[in-house]
Design a protein around this ligand. Sequence first.
Ligand code: ADP
Ligand code: MG
Length: 571
Amino acid sequence: MATIGIDFGTTNSVLAYWDSTGSQLINVDDLPVKWAPYGFDGVFPTVMAKDENERLTFGWEAKTKGVGTFNAVKRLFATQSDVALSNEGDAIDVEEVATMLFAEMRRRALANGVVADSAVVTVPANSKGRARHRTKICAGMAGFEVLALINEPTAAAMAYAQKHPDARRMLVFDWGGGTLDVTILRSVDGVFIEETSSGLPRSGGLDFDARLRKIVEESVPGLENLSPTERELLKNEIELAKIRLSSALETTIELPGGRSLRVTRARFEQEVMPLIEESRIPIERCLKELGVGAGSFDALVLVGGTCRIPAVQNFVKTLVGIEPDPSFNPMTAVGEGAAIAAAILSGELTTSDFFVSTEHALGTFVIDGPNTEGLNFSTLIPKGHKLPAKVSSTYFPAVRETESLNIQVVEGDPDADFGNQDFVVLKEWDVRLVEDYSDESTRSFNLQYEYDVDGILHILATDVETGTILLDDDVSYGIATDKRQMKKVADRAREAVETGTISSDAKVELSDPEAVKLLSQARNKVIPFLDDDEAAEIISLANALEKASGTEVEIARDALRRALAPHSYLF
Ligand code: ADP
Ligand code: MG
C-alpha cells in the first residue's frame, strides 16, 4: 500500500511516490515513438478518448488517436460547466471524465505494482473552493482517499528544496499548457509559505501552438476544412514540431494530404516573442508587491513544459536575475513534490515538516460593522491559516425578534478594497431559531467552521443559551452533493475503466458539424476563461443550441456565433 502524489494537470498528469532515496515517478503509460525523445518519461497526457463503439482510451493512446478526444477537463473544474465535449461534440459530465482519468491512473499504477489507496493531489494556487472540491471528489470517486490538496507551486518548491535544502526564498515560474502562474515562496523551518502570486490565466503552451499554426496556415493554404480527426492530428503535429524546436534549430511539420513544411526556430521565436514578453507582467507584479528587485531570490524554479523553450528560459532568467537548475525537471516537479507531501502526511517521511493552509479567508456576511450601508465580511478562518482549522464566533440576530436566520458561508479576500472584493457565497441556509428564550435580549448563536486538510468545510451553528444545534452541514461548493448521483458516477467510471467501454449516456447527439464546432469552442475554449457574468450568457446560448431542433438551429447557431465573436482570440 502506498500514498502517492498526483499532479492532475490540464495537459499532462504525473504520479509519484516516495521511497528512502527520493520521489519516484510511477510509469503509467508507454510513450509513442515520436514523442519519446523529448523528455516525457513519467508523463501521462490528461486525455480520454471514446470511439464510435464506446471504447475508451486514455493517456498517449487517446491523445494521438484524434478520435473522440476529451482534452483539458481540468479547465472546466473552475467553471459552471457541467459537461465536457469531445472534438466531435460528444458530451460527458465533467466529473465523470475526470473520475475516469483518475481511476485509470490508479488502475495502471496498480498494474505496475503500486497499490495507491491514498493520495495528495495538487491544485492551482489560485483555485477557489469549487475547483478544489471537484478535484477532491473526482479523485475520491476514483478510489483514492485524498489526504490533502496542495498548491502546485508549493509542491514544486518542496521538490526543489529536496535537492537544494539551502533555498530560502524561491520564485516558482510555472508555464504549462493553458496558464502561467508565478509564485514567490519562503521556507520557514522547512515549511513553504506563499508570499505572493500572480499569473496569466489564459496563456500557455496552447497559445504557442496557435502561433505556430498561424505560420503553417500562412504558408500552406487549404487547412481550414479538415475533419475533426484531421484537425486533432494536425494539432498534435504542430505541438510536436514546437517541442522539437526547443532542441533543434529547424524542423519539418507533417501536414494532411502528405504535405509538409519546414520551420526554423528563429521564425517561431519571432512569432511567439510577444507571448514571452507578456510573462514579464506577473513576475513584475509579484516583485512590486513584495517591494523587492531582481536578484532577491535564492532560486528560480522553472515548472511546466513551456519552460523548456530556450527563449522562455533566457527571458525569465534575465528578468529574475538568477540561473535555474538545468537538471530540475519542469514536467514532473509538481508530482514529485506531491509525493514528498504525501510521505510526510502519511508518516513515512519524518525529517521534513509540511502543512496545508487556507488560500482565502472564510467567514460570513454580517450587518453590523464599519460599513453601515451594506453587508460586512466577518472573518472566521483567515487567509493563510494552518489546516486543520476549527474556529468559532458568536453572533446576534440582526432583528432580535426574528424567527429564522440566514447564514451565509463566504470565501474571499477581505483585505482588498470594498467594491473590488472578490467574495463568493459558498452556501447559505435559512435556519429556525429556538423559540423559548428566557430573555429575547440574550439571543445569540455560535457559528463554528471546521476545515480539514482534505478541503471540506464543516459548518455548525448552535444556540448559545440552550446548546440546540441549529445547523450541521458541509459546504459542497455548489456542486451536486446528491450522494446517490455521485455513487452512480463513481460506479460507472470505475466500471468503464475496468471494462474499457462506457455505457452510452451521451447527452447530445448533434449531427450539425457547425453546431458541434461552436459548442466545442464555447465550452472548451471560451467559457473557462470568462467571469461568471460574461460566461452566463454564452452558457445559456450554448444550452439553447444543444436543445434546438429544425429551423431553430440556425437561429441558435447565429446567436452563439455572435456571442463568441469578441472572444475569437481564445480559439
Ligand atoms: P499542464 O500543467 O498544463 O498540464 P505541462 O506542464 O505538462 O502542462 O506542460 C504542457 C505544455 O508544455 C504543452 O503545451 C506542451 O506542448 C509544452 N511542452 C512540453 N515539452 C515542451 C518542450 N520541450 N518545448 C516546448 N514546449 C513543451
Ligand atoms: Mg502543471
